[in-house]
Design a protein around this ligand. Structure first.
Ligand SMILES: C[S@@+](CC[C@H](N)C(=O)[O-])C[C@H]1O[C@@H](n2cnc3c(N)ncnc32)[C@H](O)[C@@H]1O
Length: 310
């Protein structure tokens, strides 16, 4: 997380004043994952995800999918949307998934999603909420695009973790891990309290359910001496204790959207500005038919680009 903050910029949006952590052109994959000693975290996250993710379904949305690190976990779905603000990371995802037509690559801002209401059976969000300056607005948008009774699997950075508690107890950290409000420890990098997350999800109409804790052994000296297989097995065994207490920096929570919501949608994409459903692209453009909007959005080499109109 901190590493991400070192090489990404912030970008105020024209239509939405909420700042965005901009990964465009970043080397996130090489800098954060490839040979960076994070196999344990990657595998522990996959264990938790598999426990909470419905294994099959029609439509899945990965919110902040980046370079598609977790895309191979979604093989049971008919259509998978990898959604991210960074075109360059989506192009990296496309490079390794191009052979599989079930994946769609969509660039846009999660506060204004380019999808019709009630579209997705399953929503997944891993390692991204920490960049949300307005998490309640993001949750509202996710609730809008969630189908009735959709599953929403969210991983978030928890502020009430053991390390933060110890640091706070010894006066090494100004903010309290027990304060329910999010803490912005670096610009556009937030940690959240589990109770606050549950309350905000409930407010927008999700019903929070099972919680798992992950990355219990995120401690470099330990990772160096203990085999990764063993650490992952131990993490896997302890993850269910997240139902009672959460002491890890990474917490998974699964929610359901409830029975209400949109009927079976006839369209897929909607104008992110005015929400008018969009038709098929013509000559690489999707045009909004609302006369008071009329914005046009580019589709180029398989990338649906809703970051800004043409
Ligand atoms: C730390 S990366 C995680 C990527 C991926 N989920 C993973 O676990 O490998 C955070 C991602 O969130 C995306 N992101 C941040 N703010 C966004 C926004 N407002 N709308 C869409 N994506 C956003 C970034 O572009 C980046 O790819």
């Amino acid at each position: 997380m901190l590493a991400a903050a070192l090489f990404v910029g912030t970008m105020p949006q024209m239509s939405d004043p909420t700042p965005v952590c901009d990964y465009e052109g970043s080397d996130y994959r090489a800098r954060f994952w490839e040979n960076q000693g994070r196999d344990y975290e990657d595998r522990a996250e996959r264990v938790a995800l598999r426990r909470l993710l419905p294994p099959t379904g029609r439509t899945l949305l990965d919110v902040g999918a980046g370079f598609g690190r977790l895309a191979d976990e979604y093989r049971g779905y008919d259509r998978v949307v990898l959604f991210d603000f960074s075109r360059s990371l989506l192009r990296e995802a496309q490079d390794h998934l191009r052979h599989d037509p079930r994946y769609l690559y969509v660039a846009g801002n999660w506060y204004d999603m380019p999808f019709v209401d009630g579209l997705f059976d399953t929503l997944v969000q891993v390692r991204t909420l920490h960049h949300a300056a307005d998490a309640p607005a993001l949750f509202r948008e996710l609730r809008r695009v969630a189908a009735p009774n959709a599953a929403y699997v969210l991983e978030f950075a928890s502020k009430r973790n053991l390390k933060a508690m110890v640091r706070h107890a010894f006066g090494r950290q100004a903010w309290s891990p027990y304060d329910p409000e999010p803490v912005e420890f670096v610009a556009l990098n937030f940690d959240f309290h589990p109770d606050w997350i549950r309350a905000r999800l409930t407010e927008v109409g999700f019903t929070p359910g099972r919680m798992l804790t992950a990355s219990h052994f995120r401690f470099a000296p330990l990772k160096r001496v203990v085999p990764t297989d063993l650490l992952v097995s131990l993490d896997s065994a302890i993850q269910p204790t997240g139902a009672w207490w959460q002491l890890t920096p990474s917490v998974f929570i699964s929610s359901r959207s409830g029975p209400g919501g949109a009927a079976e949608p006839e369209s897929f994409f909607a104008c992110p500005t005015c929400r008018t459903p969009l038709g098929e692209p013509i000559d690489g453009l999707m045009a909004c038919a609302n006369p008071s909007c009329g914005r046009r959005w580019r589709v180029e080499d398989g990338l649906y680009d809703f970051k800004e109109p043409v």
